[in-house]
Design a binder for this molecule. Structure first.
Ligand SMILES: [Zn+2]
Length: 158
């Protein structure tokens, strides 16, 4: 998608919800294409790529800058490409305004460990299916034994 400046309407750069891989420059072609990081809040310079990588046009922002320092490259630092006065939640693109997705929360080491070791309660989970099969076969085994014992007792009585 192309990021459009809300103030001057210029096409500033390329943004991508999924992100793009880098394409190294090939021999005889000076234009490599650096990766574009997937668009997420809070936005960063590395999420906006060159508006014209084919002609070697540079990316509009330093990869490390945050929204406060993202000035429209056509504005000589007089405006940002969005009208939001705090961290923007939407950006103008050639497809209209789009929501910037939230970044997935980064888990702490403990939370990550818990997520890995916690028993899976998902109904589709193969572990759950195996566990419930094991439970069923244990129950059947107990029933078989109970019937067997009951039959033996009956025959003892006779
Ligand atoms: Zn502008």
């Amino acid at each position: 998608m192309r990021l459009i400046c809300e103030i001057c309407g210029e096409m500033i750069g390329e943004i991508s919800l999924e992100g793009t891989a880098s394409i190294p420059a090939s021999p005889g072609d000076v234009n490599g294409k650096p990766a574009i990081e997937a668009l997420r809040r809070p936005i960063k310079g590395s999420m906006v790529g060159s508006p014209d990588p084919f002609h070697g046009f540079p990316a509009p922002f330093d990869p490390s800058v945050t929204w406060e320092f993202m000035f429209c490259p056509y504005s000589n630092h007089t405006h940002r490409p969005f009208t939001a006065t705090e961290e923007p939640k939407q950006l103008l693109t050639h497809k209209g305004m789009i929501d910037i997705p939230e970044r997935e929360p980064i888990l702490s080491e403990d939370e990550a460990q818990e997520a890995v070791t916690k028993p899976v309660e998902d109904a589709e989970s193969p572990i759950r299916i195996l566990r419930s099969l094991a439970r069923q076969s244990r129950t059947q085994e107990r029933e078989r034994r109970a019937i067997h014992i009951a039959k033996r007792r009956k025959s003892d009585v006779k």
